[in-house]
Design a protein around this ligand. Sequence first.
Ligand SMILES: *Cc1c(COP(=O)(O)O)cnc(C)c1O
Length: 438
Amino acid sequence: MDADALADLRAFDRGHVWHPYSSALAPGDPWVVESAQGVRLHLRDHDGRALDVIDAMSSWWCAVHGYRVPELDAAVRDQLDSMAHVMFGGLTHAPAVGLARRLLDLAPAGLEHVFLADSGSVSVEVAMKAALQYHLAAGRRRTRFLTIRGGYHGDTFSPMSVTDPVGGMHSLFRGVLPEHVFAPRPPAGLDRPDDDAELVAWEQTTRELFVQNAADVAAVIVEPVLQGAGGMYVYPARVLDVLHDLAREHGALVIHDEIATGFHRTGPRWAGDRAEHAPDILCAGKALTGGYLTLAAMLCTREVAEGVSRGEAGGLMHGPTFMANPLACAVANANLDLLAFRDTPAEVARIENGLRDGLASATALDAVQEVRTLGAVGVIQLREPVRVAEVTAAALARGTWVRPFRDLVYTMPPYVTSDDDLATLTAALVGAVADVHG
Ligand SMILES: *Cc1c(COP(=O)(O)O)cnc(C)c1O
């Protein structure tokens, strides 16, 4: 791209194109990506210079095998030779059925039905709708969801309504968003004994809250073990079992939102595998297509599926135009094959070690409150909000693309990141924090 074309592209972008959570009055100044290969993005900096940087974000946690993956490229090309898309009402196809089969093979015990949605948020909408329909069909008017504070479930209205009420957008949409039941955020840390005092206190408070609202609660919805966009916050798996037991006692369903955590991001295939009980409903997305195309899935038990179907409506009342898009399903199949073919748990364990070693020196910085790692997730939490533009620029100068938020400089690198690249990436994050926050 020559300098004029680059300037023109950036000017039109600033003038007319929305970016995530962006302002038309004070547009950001995004870098232009020309291509990507392996774990690297090929960028143009603001002076038009070409820049090759390691993607510490896996494109918002999706691109687990990196970019231009031969097997995934081939899956899309091959699928194009038969069809890019067909409607899913009244029709079916091998890519979708193959994907459903693979997903159910990988799913926690008891999940037997798959709804293929076109984004993570939509899969959460569908999960919540299924829970409501399940109760309605049995003559129960349960319209509320119970969750824990600090979560994130997507940006459409139902997911937003169970996203953290403070960090989310509840005050902005007061009166429009339904008001659900928020239990306190559980105490931090994966490895707390079951009789840990803070955990026991949390359990007590949550039990009381559940009892007060029991007649209204259709389902519990949580991100198992790791709250992602709500703050990269890790909590004990015991919490999942407590919530599961409460839900069972009071006739509510359990939804695990594994959109961020699925496919080994935190170590096990599903973050919820650390708990004793499987959920009634599970949402998967993000890494499902290896970051190639937008696709998500809602999986549920036979009991939920049949319960929903016994209702007056006669079925699950959702049907996106691009439901089960064949291109997306084909690349998801190739992605799941690749994850199985590569020793993904070992790769994630290797990444975890690299992150732990590489980020450790950040604890010595005054600005740093805590450094934590879980699977292929590494987090540097500051004592103050991150100066995002400056940290991003400092990390780019050190060869790494990172997109911090709030007080968090974090990475969820592609699983295929080499040890050398991991060392560069972690040094860039620690170095950028040191440069900017001292
Ligand atoms: C990203 C995310 C979503 C929303 O997925 P989209 O594909 O962005 O709609 C929902 N839940 C969790 C836990 C997520 O991380």
